[in-house]
Design a protein around this ligand. Structure first.
Ligand SMILES: Cc1ncc(COP(=O)(O)O)c(C=O)c1O
Length: 369
C-alpha cells in the first residue's frame, strides 16, 4: 500500500530537545533539577516584563495582532531599520522553516556546516532539499570550503554566527570575503541567535548587508537567549523588503501570540535587565573557563552563553552521571562529537553545583583517549 506520508519523513530523525526539568524530576525521583542543556537564560523575566505578560494575558480571548504593529514599531526604532524589512516568527526556528518554504524548491541544494544547529538539516529535508554538509575546521566555519561547494543547484546557505554547538564566531572581514563569493541567486541565512552575547570587537554588524541588491542576505535573531523569553517563542528576521515579503507570505496569520508581543515590547525597553543578564553570563563563563583550565579540561572558547567541552571520556557516561545528580547537560553524540558535552551558563550557584558534580564525574569515569 502507498505510504500516506512523504517518503522523506522515514529518513528524518526528529529534533531531540534537551530533557525537560519536570521529566527528569519524575523519572529519577529528584526534588531539585538544574537544566543547563538548551542554552536558555537562567534569569526569569524582569518585574516589568512580568507585568506586561499579566496585562496581555487578560485579553487572551482575542486573536493577537497578526502584523505585530507595536512590536514592529519598537524593534524597527531600536534597530534603525524600516519595519517592512522585519518578519516575526514563533521562535527563530519558525523563520528557518518559513525561509525554506519561501525560497527552496525540491531538489535544490542547501549548504550547512557540520556540526551545526540541527534544525537546518531537518527543515531542509522536509522541503525536499538536498543537504550538503561542510565540516568545521578547528571548530570554526570553513567558509572557503563552503564557497567551493556552491553549485548552480545551491539555493541557500545557513551560517550560525556564533555557531551552535561550537560557540565560535566569524569575524566581519571573514564574513564579507565570503559574501563576495556567493552568487546573486543564493540566499545566505545568517542566524544570530546569540548576537547579544557576541556583539563587539570584530564580530560583524550585518544590518547593512541586508540592504545589498547584488546579494540575498537574511539575518535572524531571537528573544529566546539574552532576552530570556524562550518559553514565549519569538524571533525575527531582517531582510531586504522583497525577501521579507516573500517570507511573510508563507507564515501563518497569527504566528506570534499576544503575550509574546507584549513581553518583547517591554523587554526591548528594559535594557538594564538584558544588559545585566549578558554581563552575568559573561562573568560566569570566565569562571568556568578558569575552573576547566585548573582541571586540565579542553573547551572551545565561546562567544555565546554556552561552552562545548571535550571530556575525553565516554560522554554518555558523563551525561548520565550528571543527570542522576540532578544536572541536565547536553551530550553531543547526535552531532558526532565523540566525548563532548555542551553546558550553558546557569545562575552562579547552579554553575558551582555543576562544577562540583562535573569534577566528581571526571574523577569517576576513566579517560578514553
Ligand atoms: C543557532 C540557533 N538558532 C536558532 C535557535 C532557535 O531559537 P528560537 O528559540 O528563537 O527558536 C537556537 C536555539 O538553541 C540556536 O542555537
Amino acid at each position: 500500500m502507498k505510504k500516506l506520508w512523504k517518503q522523506i519523513l522515514d529518513e528524518i530523525a526528529p529534533y531531540e530537545p534537551g530533557k525537560p526539568i519536570e521529566e527528569v524530576k519524575r523519572e529519577l525521583g529528584l526534588d531539585k533539577v538544574i537544566k543547563l542543556a538548551s542554552n536558555e537564560s537562567p534569569y526569569g523575566p524582569s518585574e516589568k516584563v512580568l507585568e506586561a505578560i499579566m496585562e496581555a494575558a487578560k485579553s487572551a480571548n482575542r486573536y493577537p495582532d497578526g502584523g505585530c504593529f507595536y512590536l514592529r514599531k519598537a524593534l524597527s526604532k531600536k534597530l534603525s531599520i524600516s519595519g517592512e524589512k522585519i518578519v516575526f516568527g514563533n521562535g527563530s526556528d519558525e523563520l528557518i522553516i518559513l525561509a525554506l518554504r519561501a525560497f527552496v524548491h525540491p531538489g535544490e541544494e542547501i549548504i550547512i556546516s557540520d556540526p551545526t544547529f540541527l534544525v537546518y538539516k531537518i527543515a531542509s529535508r522536509i522541503v525536499g532539499a538536498d543537504v550538503v554538509t561542510v565540516p568545521v575546521k578547528d571548530f570554526k566555519y570553513d567558509l572557503e570550503a563552503i564557497a567551493e561547494r556552491i553549485t548552480p543547484q545551491t539555493k541557500m546557505i545557513f551560517i550560525a554566527n556564533p555557531e551552535n554547538p561550537t560557540g565560535t564566531y566569524i569575524s566581519g572581514d571573514e564574513l564579507k570575503r565570503f559574501i563576495e563569493k556567493v552568487p546573486k541567486d543564493v540566499v545566505v541565512f545568517i542566524d544570530e541567535a546569540y548576537y547579544e552575547f557576541a556583539v563587539g570587537g570584530d564580530y560583524p554588524e550585518t544590518i547593512d548587508l541586508i540592504e545589498r541588491e547584488d546579494k540575498n542576505i537574511i539575518v535572524s535573531r531571537t528573544f529566546s537567549k539574552a532576552y530570556g523569553l524562550a518559553g514565549l517563542r519569538l524571533g525575527y528576521i531582517m531582510a531586504r523588503k522583497d525577501l521579507a515579503e516573500a517570507v511573510n507570505k508563507v507564515r501563518e496569520p497569527f504566528n506570534i501570540n499576544s503575550v509574546a508581543q507584549a513581553a518583547a515590547i517591554t523587554a526591548l525597553d528594559d535594557t538594564e535587565s538584558v544588559n545585566s543578564s549578558i554581563k552575568l553570563t559573561k562573568e560566569e563563563k570566565e569562571k568556568l573557563y578558569k575552573a576547566f583550565d585548573k582541571l586540565d579540561i579542553k573547551y572551545i572558547p565561546s562567544r555565546t552563553n554556552f561552552i562545548l567541552i571535550d571530556t575525553k571520556r565516554d560522554s554518555k557516561k558523563v551525561f548520565d552521571y550528571m543527570l542522576r545528580s540532578g544536572i541536565i547537560i547536553r551530550e553531543m553524540s547526535a552531532w558526532a562529537l565523540e566525548g563532548f558535552v555542551r553546558v550553558n551558563m546557569g545562575l552562579p550557584e547552579e554553575n558551582e553545583e555543576f562544577l562540583r558534580v562535573f569534577t566528581e564525574a571526571l574523577e569517576k569515569i576513566p579517560i578514553k583517549r
